[in-house]
Design a protein around this ligand. Structure first.
Ligand code: CDP
Length: 769
């Protein structure tokens, strides 16, 4: 009879185990960068530019130096003497650490003061006198490419205009031919506005250089400690083994904490110069005006349609505004991230995308915000475009999606831009969603309400998200291939520690990685401690962003557990005095195939690894696995919102929100639900947050992931916005309004209703001329 452990009871896969990290968070015992105080620590503040574009005529720091308690004032000129005025970005561009020639966005770092406390440092910043000569300002791509536009990046030798890249993917000729065959061509133009990741904790670092040991330790808010270590080694020309990056608890990252920021670099240089620890904690204003923005993209698309509803082809152009420095973290071969994952949900024979990136006088943008590599923009555009096309054809929007979906039996499916999606049950998810929202009843109610002047709307978003870069063949950051690793050490009493190169920022890795070990080895999850974030102890990893942790680091945890199990099997054979081929595994225990009652537990094997190993076997029960995924994972989701719009004021309320997420096997269903709710809520307060109805009945395991899991962290933030906007647009159907750009503030909705016109969110043209 089986003596396998009950997986849910030991906290394995599928257990809604309470988050272990919350024990310290809800008691106020988290250990964030700002909680750390080192002996002799000094404090750094940054002087930021009040101007968006200006030439620096002079910087006078003399008054700042005179303030008692000031130890160092850093300017771009001083940084330049150490070749540190500029640093490389994650997209092969350069970014000013401290401005030398010009300031190129409002909030740009101009000088730093290091003082006994942050207040003295702040006062001293205000005592710095900068003489600016204002220059014309560019705030959107149209202005960036206009005749006579000032060249923002005149620091770059070969930069004659404001264009960063022109990129294309797909089949231009085939798309052109398909458009010639179309019965109807549907068109949509929109702007996905700049979004700020807005983590509760801002960025910060404490650099601690020890001259005696030549070791640099940096505590910092980073989602990718190993990448930062490599960047510091390359930029500061310090030996990599003498750099230790520690990423303590992080109060939310959402992509904001992937790049290298000037504050990090300046605190490191200051610590090296002063030989004392230097702490920099960004304030909220600094964070809001200067750190990695996301989105800011102008999309213009056309869809070639057959009268019966078949999508024949898609043509897209995008202009993306990257701000003053091109600092996106994205695979180097894809200039516009994975924007070309657009239309992955549908069976579209041919498509063509052109993308142009431009500089502007805004903070560096394009950095991810809870979305991998511009997938949010791709899916938002896909779902807005699909709704517009269904309306143009006069076909029901659910039906239009269903007839164009990739069918279950068509996987693996090559998308029109070349990705390979491997699994999904799209129509089934849609059916679950429509039933849950009460689709037919709502349509009747909507028609009735219309007669009485009430505007009800229903918006659908059905999206496929590419999550989990790499494979290393196609995905890299600055040439470093994307993969991950995990290290597992099982102690002699059967307790264990697992370490990965990922870095949780609130997602719950300390809980879920232990669940994977538990699933693979039968060690109760509470006996497994998870550690991340210290480059001296964690194995190499590319960090946590783009919902890649479960697809890559989580897979590495499963693979290293399997290596441990393979060794434990040899130990079991030795203990049971049978050959390895005669040993069977069930959760938590090996047994003799012909005598199932004779068995040894995984804990007994662990003890034997230290006390009774067979002759010739290496002692111990530890291992490391590097995992290079064969493909991305492709979760699918259906989000359906119903709303009521007040025609008098433009205010709209969400009536109901249904989410059907298929993220493959769920490690921890409770954590997955938290991720979905967070994504559907984003920044609004609890007051504005609707109730959610979440469905988990559709599970399509990822065919190549060792435990069948797909990523989930970003799905709702990626797919959610189109559901809300489509619902408001649906409420306005029949008015001739085709698009209102986000944010759908009441005044924009009111303007659209009142004047029966589209409302654009393009920033107004302004210049300090
Ligand atoms: O990379 P990041 O942690 O932001 O995203 P993720 O890999 O999608 O995981 C977010 C959280 O959900 C983690 O705690 C995962 O382990 C958990 N998760 C899960 O329980 N089941 C899945 N199929 C996917 C994620």
């Amino acid at each position: 009879m089986s003596q396998a452990l009950d997986e849910i009871k030991i906290g394995g896969l599928g257990a809604s185990r309470k988050r272990v990290e919350d024990n310290r968070f809800i008691r106020g015992k988290g250990n964030y960068t700002d909680d750390i105080t080192l002996p002799g620590m000094l404090h750094m503040e940054i002087l930021r530019s009040p101007m968006a574009h200006a030439r620096i005529k002079s910087i006078d720091t003399s008054k700042a130096w005179d303030i008692p308690g000031v130890h160092l004032v850093l300017t771009g000129e001083m940084m330049a003497t150490r070749n540190l005025a500029w640093m490389p970005t994650l997209s092969y561009d350069t970014q000013a650490v401290l401005a030398t020639d010009k300031v190129r966005f409002q909030g740009q770092e101009v000088a730093c003061v290091i003082a006994d406390d942050p207040y003295i440092a702040k006062d001293a910043c205000e005592a710095i006198d900068v003489d600016y000569e204002p220059l014309p300002v560019i705030v959107n791509p149209e202005q960036a490419v206009a005749e006579g536009a000032p060249v923002i990046r005149d620091d770059k030798e070969n930069q004659r205009d404001n264009v960063i890249f022109d990129w294309e993917v797909g089949d231009g000729g085939g798309t052109h031919r398909a458009f010639e065959q179309a019965d109807v061509i549907s068109r949509l133009k929109l702007h996905y506005p700049r979004s700020h990741p807005s983590p509760i904790e801002c960025c910060g670092s404490i650099a601690d250089f020890n001259r005696a040991t030549s070791k640099l330790t940096v505590y910092m808010t980073t989602q990718a400690p190993h990448i930062i270590r490599a960047a510091v080694a390359l930029v500061a020309e310090l030996p990599e083994h003498m750099i230790r990056i520690i990423s303590p608890d992080i109060g939310g990252g959402f992509g904001n904490k992937v790049p290298v920021y000037p504050g990090y670099v300046c605190s490191i240089l200051a610590s090296i110069l002063l030989e004392r620890p230097v702490k920099w904690i960004e304030d909220k204003t600094g964070n809001l005006i200067s750190t990695g923005f996301a989105r800011d993209i102008y999309l213009d698309g056309q869809m070639a349609l057959r009268q019966d509803g078949k999508i024949l082809a898609v043509r897209m152009h995008c202009d993306s505004d990257h701000g003053a420095f091109f600092s996106d973290a994205q695979p180097s071969k894809f200039k516009i991230g994975l924007l070309h994952s657009a239309f992955a949900s549908y069976d579209i024979p041919v498509a063509h995308l052109t993308a142009r990136g431009t500089y502007s006088n805004k903070a560096p943008g394009g950095v991810a915000y809870r979305c991998s590599f511009r997938v949010t923009e791709a899916m938002f555009f896909q779902e807005r475009m699909v709704q517009a096309a269904a309306d143009d054809l006069g076909i029901d929007q659910a039906e239009f999606r269903r007839m164009n979906f990739v069918r279950d039996e068509a996987f693996p499916h090559r998308t029109p831009f070349g990705f390979l999606t491997d699994s999904g049950q799209y129509a089934k998810c849609l059916d679950v969603g429509l039933k849950a929202i009460g689709y037919e009843d709502f349509r009747r109610e909507q028609a009735e309400a219309r007669k009485r002047g009430r505007l009800l709307g229903l918006g659908i978003s059905t999206m496929t998200e590419p999550l989990g870069a790499g494979n290393s063949r196609e995905y890299d950051i600055l040439g470093i291939k994307m993969f991950d690793s995990a290290e597992l050490k099982v102690h002699m009493t059967g307790k264990a520690i697992v370490r990965t190169g990922a870095r949780t920022q609130g997602q719950g890795h300390e809980t879920t990685w232990a669940q994977i070990v538990s699933h693979e080895l039968g060690i109760p999850a509470e006996d497994v401690v998870v550690e991340e974030g210290d480059t001296d102890t964690a194995p190499f990893g590319m960090g946590t962003y783009a919902s890649r942790s479960t697809p890559v680091a989580g897979a590495a945890v499963a693979m290293v557990s399997r290596k441990i199990r393979a060794k434990a099997r040899k130990l079991a054979a030795h203990l049971l005095e049978v050959s390895e081929e005669d040993v069977e595994w069930e959760l938590g225990r090996f047994y003799v195939r012909s005598a199932p009652d004779r068995g040894v537990t995984i804990q007994e094997c662990a003890m034997a690894a230290y006390s009774n190993m067979p002759d010739g076997m290496e002692p111990g029960l530890e291992n490391t696995a590097f995992y290079d995924p064969p493909n991305l994972t492709w979760p699918f989701a259906v989000y359906i919102a119903t709303v009521e719009v007040d025609p008098e004021t433009g205010v709209w309320d969400v009536l109901k929100l249904v989410a059907v997420d298929d993220c493959g096997v769920r490690i921890n269903p409770m954590i997955v639900e938290g991720q979905i709710m967070g994504g559907l809520t984003v920044l609004p307060s609890a007051w504005e947050t609707p109730g959610f109805e979440l469905h988990s009945e559709v599970v399509t395991p990822c065919p190549h992931h060792p435990i069948g899991a797909k990523g989930i962290g970003e799905c709702a933030a990626v797919g959610g916005p189109a559901a809300y906007v489509n619902a408001v647009m649906d409420a306005l159907s029949g008015t001739g309004v085709r698009n209102i750009d986000m944010p759908l503030l009441p005044d924009r909705v009111w303007e659209a209703i009142t004047y029966r016109r589209d409302v654009s969110g393009v920033p107004p043209v302004r210049s300090d001329d």
